[in-house]
Write a protein that binds this ligand. Sequence first.
Ligand SMILES: [Zn+2]
Length: 111
Amino acid sequence: MFFDVDNPPDDPPSGCQHRLLWRLARALWDAHTPDGDGFCLASPCRRDNHLSPCPATRLAAEGMQTACGETVPTSPQWIAITRARITAGEIDPVDAIAELLWHHHQRRAGK
Ligand SMILES: [Zn+2]
């Protein structure tokens, strides 16, 4: 594990090759920060009184794990979302290059 799932850093940790995916997942995690009583503050979760970690927080953690090279149940979806963002150009160019190089490397490694 490259990071603390309960308190992930803002920036991708060293060892994270999937920088763009990290930022997408980290933004989701940020949007679902709990309040002092442990309830998620994001509006859809607040309506349902979700205690933290809510489903989105767990999904975000899986995205960050995927970004650090772990394979988790939602990894294929996270990678698909990240590729769609690259195609749409909705990204930081530096992160996009890092991401493309990572995919290139994965293909060469036969993954
Ligand atoms: Zn939530």
